[in-house]
Design a protein around this ligand. Structure first.
Ligand SMILES: [Zn+2]
Length: 182
């Protein structure tokens, strides 16, 4: 990893978490080129947001005990364009999406709960463009494409399920905390 990228990821993210083994075996650290820089920033912001917990993306390079605990994953970041996993025009195939679970010790946090926490803090994730709902993991992506995503609005987070558009939420700023008595 070059120094600039290392500064940007603050050592929070390994390339093996973001590409399948065949891509890493072929390209090594050059596999970073398959991941959009804004996605790298988003993944790091998510890891920072859940910093006292474990954010689990791909685990193929993890220890066997971690694989037993968290599951074995290879296609949760960049996905080969020929891959039959997921949608044909998936943001994963453009290096613009990642899937993850959040664990707290031995407990996996329900993905509805993870999404709820994120939805309350969307202003923290400037490059986030879309979130998949009704799935048992968390999918986030940075793809803005109104030809593929009718209903997508600039500056908002597009919510979708396997059938398509479900809604759009604005990235409202945090309310100013009210201090002092009234
Ligand atoms: Zn996904």
């Amino acid at each position: 990893m070059d120094e600039h990228l290392h500064r940007r990821t603050k050592g929070l993210l390994q390339i093996t978490e973001m590409v399948p083994p065949e891509i890493y075996n072929e390209l090594g650290e050059k596999a970073w080129d398959a991941i959009h820089p804004e996605l790298v920033s988003l993944v790091c912001q998510i890891k920072d947001f859940f910093k006292d917990k474990q954010v689990i993306i791909n685990t193929w390079a993890s220890s066997t005990s971690d694989q037993r605990k968290y599951g074995y994953f290879t296609e949760r970041g960049y996905r080969n364009p020929e891959s039959t996993t997921g949608a044909k025009n998936s943001a994963h195939k453009k290096g613009k999406a990642f899937d993850f679970d959040v664990w707290e010790g031995s407990r996996r946090i329900d993905s509805d709960n993870v999404r709820k926490q994120l939805m309350n803090h969307l202003y923290l994730f400037p490059s986030l463009k879309a979130m998949e709902i009704k799935v048992n993991w968390t999918h986030l992506d940075i793809m803005f494409d109104q030809s593929l995503r009718s209903g997508q609005i600039a500056g908002e987070v597009y919510l979708f399920d396997t059938h398509g558009f479900c809604g759009s939420i604005p990235k409202t700023s945090p309310r100013t905390p009210i201090t002092g008595g009234i």
